[in-house]
Design a protein around this ligand. Structure first.
Ligand code: KG4
Ligand code: ZN
Length: 414
């Protein structure tokens, strides 16, 4: 085996990136050769048990994930004790798989990073207690991770993005707009006042019984809506985007969900079918819902960009909007956001879909970011607790609302 050490001087004049590039050209796994910073990330905040090993340059050395989506689809939503039990059954195997795939021995790890906030208490508890045992056994530092911060910084693993940048996080549990000024320095510009868009899409998909639709039976609600929307007419139903008069960057989805519920009930009556059967207009409803959600999200995001530009909060030569979270894998919503970023002269960036949904890589990467910045590394994690509810950064949403920025109308050519 090729062994490199500093005394050989073989690569002494090359940068680390160049060395990795060179080794990769021979298909040699650099993880075994350079034991710099290697972080094991563990994620159990909601319904995915995930783990990954990532090195300090962003190479993913190994990953594994167990998704509970199918189980929760059958029960019509996440039942926390069920999620907890599934995490318990899978966590050891998933961490083992990620480590084996990485060919890194646990003793070579620099730290273990685990999501401890926000999320479902019972789910967070499984990841935290497993991690604390591991940390104790291996005598490694522990890095507690904020799930939303991890989503926000994932883009720095795939793209060269400097601080500050604007981030829109849209998932099943969250909807927020924040300015990212540093690894753990966030300004919250707006958030959902009620439910998150993914939660709403899941509820609509359930109400439309899309689980019984042959093409959508294994898909999450949001994915099923996106899939069906391709076959529908978005202008068939005229759902109004919420909060059109409020000139802030907050969001709301539950009012819209009730309007859609009523519409579905009316259509069931018209078509003479029972609740639980699939409407002939399901695709049109899906397309109209997706369009309305996309317009609402795009408008609030447009205002956030204008606010940041007005206050000079973004890089003047290259303002960047990053979009992440499970709902960000929706291509229709992405296109609507691209219309906004084109109009506002802003660069639009989005991690690949598999990194938009919950995964262990983003947690490990957040651990790397924290390790590099020397932030939040615990050598004695005694007394650490999970936090089911936890805000993101400093909330300046009131100030954003007071600025009352008018957003120009854009034609959504999606
Ligand atoms: O980030 P994520 O994996 O988990 C958290 O909520 O933290 O996001 C899951 C959410 C679910 O509500 C799911 O319906 C939604 O993301 N989702 C989508 C799509 N794929 C997943 N929503 C819209 N379009 C999609 N293609
Ligand atoms: Zn998430």
């Amino acid at each position: 085996m090729l062994i490199l050490n500093k005394t050989t001087g073989v690569f002494s004049n090359l940068s680390k990136g160049k060395i990795y590039e060179f080794l990769r050209s021979f298909n040699i796994h650099p993880g075994k050769l350079f034991l710099h910073k290697l972080v094991l990330g563990i994620e159990t905040s909601c319904d995915d048990t995930a783990a990954a090993v990532v090195d300090e340059t962003g190479n993913v050395l190994g990953e594994a994930i167990h998704s509970q989506t199918e189980v929760h689809l059958k029960t019509g939503g996440i039942i926390p004790p069920v999620a907890q039990q599934l995490h318990r059954e899978n966590i050891q195997r998933i961490v083992q798989e990620a480590l084996s795939a990485s060919k890194v021995s646990p003793s070579e790890l620099s730290a273990i990073a685990t999501t401890i906030k926000p999320g479902l208490a019972l789910s967070l508890g499984v990841g935290l207690s497993f991690s604390l045992q591991l940390v104790d056994q291996l005598k490694k530092p522990f890095i507690p991770i904020h799930h939303m911060e991890a989503h926000a910084l994932t883009i720095r693993l795939t793209n060269k993005v400097e601080f500050p940048f604007l981030v829109l996080l849209i998932s099943g549990g969250h909807c927020l707009l924040a300015l990212v000024r540093g690894v753990s320095d966030f300004l919250l510009l707006g958030k959902s006042l009620d439910i998150a868009p993914g939660d709403m899409l899941d509820k609509v998909a359930r109400r439309l019984s899309l689980i019984k639709h042959p093409e959508c039976s294994t898909m999450s609600g949001g994915k099923a809506i996106e899939h069906l929307a391709k076959q529908g007419n978005k202008l068939h139903f005229d759902f109004k985007p919420p909060m059109q008069r409020a000139k802030n960057c907050d969001f709301s989805f539950s009012g819209l969900q009730h309007v859609i519920d009523k519409m579905i009930m009316q259509k069931e009556k018209e078509e003479g079918i029972e609740k639980g059967q699939i409407l002939s207009s399901a695709a049109d409803i899906a397309a109209s819902v997706q369009h309305t959600v996309a317009c609402h999200i795009a408008k609030r995001t447009h205002r956030a960009i204008l606010f940041c530009k007005q206050r000079n909060l973004l890089c003047q030569s290259n303002a960047v909007l990053v979009v992440s979270g499970g709902v960000a894998s929706n291509l229709y919503i992405r296109k609507a956001l691209e219309v906004v970023t084109n109009a506002a002269q802003c660069t639009f960036l989005c991690p690949p879909p598999r990194l938009c949904t919950d995964n262990g890589i983003m947690i490990a990467w957040n651990g790397v970011e924290r390790l590099r910045a020397g932030l939040g590394i615990l050598y004695n994690p005694e007394g650490i607790r999970y936090e089911p509810k936890c805000p993101l950064g400093i909330d300046i949403s009131k100030e954003v609302g007071e600025a009352a920025i008018k957003v120009p109308r854009l034609k959504m050519k999606t």
